[in-house]
Design a protein around this ligand. Structure first.
Ligand SMILES: Cc1cc2nc3c(=O)[nH]c(=O)nc-3n(C[C@H](O)[C@H](O)[C@H](O)COP(=O)(O)O)c2cc1C
Length: 186
């Protein structure tokens, strides 16, 4: 798949079939993360690949954060079931000490944004679905998976074959709404 086509056609997938994931496809997704650019090439990402159904079920339960969803009026995380249904969940973590901290900006989040977009595009390129799940109980997950205190969990990524039809793209802002040419104009 061409890069621009992959960028245009990738969608968040929240419904997964029980079709197993081929190990070579998982490997290709992990290698796409490996190739991401990062602050000073420090490669702060750390991934926990979870395949055991009972652990995925516990991760799914930890993706509901009542205080957060109450504000948005959701009854649950829209991706909660995806975490149990997809055959693989990648828990994307970062070691903030292995990235930059400048002007009050912590660049591990930038490193992780790029790395996880590589993950999602590599999945899509191979006919797989994924979704960035950014709402979860971090402390609960750290305890469940034995993740050290200094490491941050940035996102959860269910990975597998989509069930049902691909969804259409949610609306995007027009370029005029976010691009300024020359200087910042209203
Ligand atoms: C940082 C981040 C956190 C997200 N967290 C969640 C989440 O917790 N649950 C969920 O269902 N989708 C989550 N999403 C997916 C977005 O809802 C989705 O990307 C957006 O609606 C655009 O849809 P698209 O990915 O199909 O283009 C998250 C996306 C990002 C980038």
């Amino acid at each position: 798949m061409e890069t621009l086509e992959a960028i245009r056609t990738r969608r968040s997938v929240r419904k997964f079939s029980d079709r197993p994931l081929e190990p070579e496809k998982l490997q290709a997704v992990l290698e796409a993360v490996q190739q991401a650019p990062s602050w000073s090439n420090k490669q702060c990402w750390r991934l926990v690949v979870v395949q055991e159904p009972e652990v995925r079920a516990r991760i799914s339960a930890l993706s509901f954060v009542e205080s957060f969803f109450a504000v948005y009026g959701y009854k649950s995380n829209p991706a909660q079931k995806a975490l149990t249904d997809a055959p693989v969940v990648i828990v994307a973590c970062a070691d903030p000490g292995q990235s930059g901290d400048l002007n009050g900006q912590q660049y591990y989040m930038a490193d992780m944004g790029i790395a996880t977009q590589n993950l999602m595009l590599a999945a899509h390129d191979q006919g797989l679905g994924s979704v960035f799940v950014g709402v979860f109980d971090e402390e609960g997950l750290k305890k469940l998976l034995g993740i050290p205190a200094a490491i941050r969990i940035v996102g959860l990524f269910p990975l597998g074959y989509q069930a049902g039809e691909a969804k259409s793209a949610p609306p995007r802002k027009q370029l005029e709404e976010f691009v300024h040419y020359g200087t910042w104009r209203k």
